[in-house]
Ligand binder design. Structure first.
Ligand code: AMP
Length: 199
């Protein structure tokens, strides 16, 4: 089956699109942002460590998210496939993901990268901040920091997946339905063996 990395800057629409795609292709949706927010809400030690880092718009340590992802992979041994949303965000995380997936007899089929201009990202995040209840969405300086952190630490992953022949750029602007359609076209174009190797 397929294991997808849905990639893009904050506000690119990864969360929204992940809900549609995980249902359409029966994939287990793993969002490290959501997992961390659940840890904060549950008052765990991890949540306690992550809270201020997230509020500043910085990245939590690689080991923290890698361990959380490993736990989820462990819990879903018979999953048809996974949709990784907001993970990996650094090159060490991508290396760790590849290694982990090999252990589970899987691999990344493709990295789908949602391309959105900075103006649209900021407008979307400021809009979301009024309803999401996320403090990191409400403050323009934090939003700009998150985009800066993305450029510096996360964007290098594009080269990582390009070199692996797994990078697919997708226009992330327009209606939600149009973007879902473009993503589905990419997924449906994946070579049959990539989709079915691990089914
Ligand atoms: P998100 O919901 O994906 O926008 O993530 C919200 C916040 O959680 C990010 O701004 C980071 O502080 C943290 N976070 C989520 N995923 C990761 C990751 N893969 N690596 C490091 N920090 C992360």
């Amino acid at each position: 089956m397929i294991n997808l990395v849905l990639f893009g800057p904050p506000g690119a629409g990864k969360g929204t699109q992940s809900s549609y795609l995980s249902r359409a292709y029966q994939l287990v949706h793993l969002s490290t942002g959501e997992i961390l927010r659940d840890e904060i809400a549950a008052g765990t030690e991890i949540g306690h460590k992550a809270k201020d880092i997230i509020a500043r718009g910085e990245l939590v340590p690689d080991t923290m998210v890698i361990d959380l992802i490993q736990l989820k992979l462990d819990k879903n041994p018979s999953a048809k496939g996974f949709l990784f949303d907001g993970f990996p965000r650094t090159v060490p995380q991508a290396l760790a993901l590849d290694k982990l997936l090999v252990h589970y007899g899987r691999n990344v089929s493709a990295m789908l990268s949602l391309e959105v201009t900075k103006e649209v990202l900021i407008a979307r995040l400021m809009g979301r901040g009024t309803t999401s209840g996320r403090s990191d969405d409400a403050d323009r300086r934090i939003i700009e920091n998150r985009i800066e952190v993305y450029r510096e630490k996360t964007e290098p992953l594009i080269k990582y997946y390009k070199d692996a022949g797994k990078y697919e750029a997708v226009n992330g602007e327009g209606s939600v339905e149009d973007i879902t359609g473009r993503l589905k076209e990419c997924i449906d174009r994946l070579p049959k063996n990539k989709k079915e190797t691990y089914s």
